[in-house]
Design a protein around this ligand. Structure first.
Ligand code: DX5
Ligand code: ZN
Length: 229
């Protein structure tokens, strides 16, 4: 397998009562990145976790990249807090920031890797001027706010478009997808040019007991499908 694929379990579907163990177990099973969904009950109709939880994971000993997906509005105020809390990537939705270029620069100044997130129906125009400033483009394949929704297939066309833009400019920007991804469709998503795969319910919903190895099977199944892409 020549392509470098990364699996990013979304802790939105983890058991929050023992989050440190959940993250340890999923990384031990072979996950590459921790996807960290931040919701504010304003930009999206749900409320989740903030910088304190990110910091707690670092203090717990998590060294893997933490991919902070901000579904908040406004965006800028909370960025330095996440940088201090140990975020690796910070991605935001362009429609949630008044000044997209400024927000990208702020994430970079804080020492983190910036990314832009596009909702399923949001056009990609803003990438024309920003792609070379980014480390990540995140395509939503569900409407943001909840785990466990169904993958929206037209986003595959969008993925092909972004892959083309990245390659045409010779950039080293990650292309990530978020929502409704699992063993049944990850291969098709990879073939559309995606290299980083968020999976929440598919991973953490895989088993509910306290067996520390319970994520091996599902991560193995995702990897096996990626190997065929
Ligand atoms: C949705 C979140 C996703 C979500 C994905 O707003 O951004 O990261 O957790 O969950 P699944 O994989 O269950 O669709
Ligand atoms: Zn997400």
């Amino acid at each position: 397998m020549s392509k470098q694929f990364r699996i990013a379990p979304s802790i939105l579907s983890a058991n929050f009562a023992r989050l440190g163990d959940e993250v340890d177990n999923v990384l031990r099973a072979g996950a590459d990145i921790v996807h960290f969904d931040v919701m504010d009950n304003h930009y999206v109709p749900n409320l989740t976790i903030g910088p304190l939880v990110c910091e707690a994971l670092r203090k717990h000993g998590v060294t893997a990249p933490i991919d902070v997906h901000l579904m908040v509005k406004p965006v800028d105020r909370i960025i330095p807090d996440f940088a201090k809390a140990g975020a690796t990537y910070i991605t935001f939705h362009p429609e949630a920031s008044e000044h997209v270029d400024r927000t990208i620069a702020l994430i970079r100044e804080c020492g983190c890797k910036p990314g832009l997130v596009f909702n399923p129906a949001t056009p990609l125009e803003v990438l024309e001027y920003t792609l070379d400033k980014l480390d990540m483009v995140l395509l939503m394949s569900v409407n943001p706010g909840f785990g466990g929704q169904k993958f929206i297939p037209y986003v595959l066309d969008k993925a092909r478009k972004v892959r083309q833009m990245i390659d045409a400019r010779g950039l080293n920007v990650s292309l990530e997808i978020d929502g409704g991804v699992g063993p049944a469709n990850i291969r098709e998503v990879a073939q559309a040019g995606v290299d980083t795969f968020v999976a929440g319910s598919a991973v953490f919903g895989a088993a509910k007991d306290s067996d520390p190895n319970r994520y091996d099977t599902v991560i193995g199944a995702l990897r096996a499908e990626l190997a065929k892409a």
